[in-house]
Design a protein around this ligand. Structure first.
Ligand code: 4AD
Ligand code: MG
Length: 483
């Protein structure tokens, strides 16, 4: 006999069930009782809203009701009636309750009170049962769905690029090694180094930092593609915006130049944010209030001028500011902030890499809107970016968002074989090993471009969560791989 003949609570708010006998299953958020009756607030994860269960002790065994404590999982049969109380339009009058799983009140860590995000991170296996994390993960789902919908509707193909690779796409040397060799006793070559020829893949391999290079290969046959997968970076940065394992969306398009790339990125970001606004109203309203409460505990100069919902609507409805790195350096160099030495890293000369304090100054203080920065010095960008005619800069773009900093990185790609190999040699990227990448420049090369969107940074922006560890189910950061 099939067990799952339940109605989801979400449906009770959108369809008329009055007078019908139904089964609900979910977790008790709170229970309050008086002599005559008990009220249980039930949540099943389908919506942020709890549903009220009315249990009459004449109908439901009192010993059983005692077990319906916060966190317990119940199966309830009953009839939907119009509610007399304020706060809900209908409620369920229970005729039969079964306790599917008890939750010992002495031991259950999630009590109906406010818990800190730090505490909830330590019990990430249970935090999905809170309002905040329920909302965050429903919004995360909606955004992931919107990503696929956007590209599918535009005729892009979803490519699954490998997770184990032999290349370091960004050339930053921040890879996690993949090996089956015995670490205590690895096979050695004559000169004493590890003999990877005896390893599983007969060569050195690592977890991918980006699917871009393989994405480029696919775009050179399929035209317009995107990847959406996990990427891994062994950078030892303990910030609120870095993970060791994060999800990245990387579209790659044949026949696109740098400006086409910028247009696509802006349109795409607006689309997915708008999708969340239209499809996650309850959750975003909750998160908006939550963010507003959190703002009150911040120093006045660190509070954002707009609330969460206002911020999302603003991004959807306004053009992003586009300027070159060179123009940005001028703005930063001449800013009062720089002159008064308020930056930790002062901006003195052209060529320096922008720190997140600089990015946030441009976005939050100077332009007060998302910014697309283009044409960075080639020295601070990856080997594959197309070289501009000035000999100094490349056709890069970073998109900077308020409260987040860099959310997108991308570029037009260098499609000219000679320029590419020359740059690879300058940057000590092994051209022989990358023969397959260079082949796309040998055979049927064409201008093409692409970018990478850090999915968790997008979820952070849309949910207003300050720490990236709170927008991925089980975060991986230096020192943390629990769950
Ligand atoms: O700027 P990045 O390193 O660019 C690339 O990987 C290119 N291959 C993308 C491309 O052109 N196809 O990373 C892209 C984005 C960043 O803008 C940021 O949003 C995110 O990925 N990101 C991280 N997110 C969380 N934790 C980290 N450690 C991240 N590193 C990058
Ligand atoms: Mg970047």
């Amino acid at each position: 006999m099939a067990f799952n003949k339940r109605v989801k609570i979400q449906e009770l708010f959108t369809q008329d069930y009055v007078g019908k006998e139904i089964v609900l299953m979910g977790w008790v958020r709170t229970k309050r009782s008086n002599k005559n009756v008990s009220f249980i607030a039930l949540n099943d994860g389908s919506t942020i809203k709890n549903y009220q269960i009315v249990a009459d002790p004449n109908q439901i065994d009192e010993e059983l009701l005692k077990k319906a404590t916060t966190g317990a999982c119940l199966k309830i049969k009953g009839t939907v009636v119009a509610s007399q109380g304020a706060g809900q339009s209908t409620e369920l009058v229970a005729s039969h309750i079964e306790v599917l799983g008890e939750a010992d009140a002495e031991k259950y860590p999630l009590q109906p009170k406010k818990h800190s995000l730090e505490f909830l991170r330590e019990i990430a296996h249970l935090r999905m049962r809170t309002n905040t994390f329920g909302a965050v993960f429903r919004v995360r789902h909606a955004l992931a769905f919107a990503v696929h919908k956007y590209f599918n509707d535009k005729g892009f193909f979803y490519i699954h690029t490998p997770i184990i690779t032999a290349s370091d796409a960004e050339g930053a040397g921040e890879t996690f090694k993949v090996t089956t060799l015995d670490l205590k006793n690895p096979p050695l070559t004559e000169d004493g180094s590890i003999n990877y020829k005896e390893d599983f893949f007969e060569r050195e391999t690592n977890l991918t930092v980006s699917g871009q290079l393989e994405g480029e290969l696919a775009a050179m046959g399929l035209g317009e593609i995107y990847t959406f997968g996990p990427t891994f970076r062994a950078e030892n940065s303990n910030t609120a915006r870095h993970l060791a394992e994060f999800w990245m969306i990387e579209p790659e398009m044949a026949f696109y130049d740098a400006e086409d790339n910028q247009n696509l990125a802006e349109d795409f970001l607006k689309y997915v944010i708008n999708y969340a606004l239209e499809n996650c109203q309850d959750d975003l309203e909750f998160l908006d209030k939550r963010a507003a409460e959190e703002e009150t505990s911040k120093k006045a100069d660190q509070r954002s001028e707009l609330g969460l919902l206002e911020r999302l609507k603003f991004v959807v409805n306004n053009d992003f500011e586009r300027l070159t790195y060179t123009e940005a350096i001028d703005i930063l160099k001449n800013s009062n902030h720089n002159k008064k030495k308020k930056f930790q890293y002062l901006v003195e000369s052209w060529g320096v890499d922008l720190q997140s304090e600089h990015e946030r100054y441009l976005v939050e203080k100077h332009f007060k809107k998302p910014v697309i920065l283009t044409d960075y010095p080639k020295e601070i960008k990856a080997f594959y970016m197309r070289q501009n005619d000035d000999g100094k800069t490349v056709a890069a773009m970073d998109i900077l968002f308020p409260g987040i900093g860099e959310i997108v990185g991308g570029s037009q790609r260098e499609e000219r074989l000679e320029k590419l190999t020359q740059r690879m040699e300058e940057m000590h990227i092994p051209t022989e090993e990358m023969w397959w990448y260079l082949d796309t420049r040998r055979f049927g090369a064409t201008p093409h471009a692409g970018f990478g969107l850090g999915f968790e940074r997008l979820v952070q922006f849309v949910t207003g969560m300050g720490n990236i560890r709170d927008v991925i189910a089980f975060p991986r950061t230096p020192g943390h791989a629990e769950f």
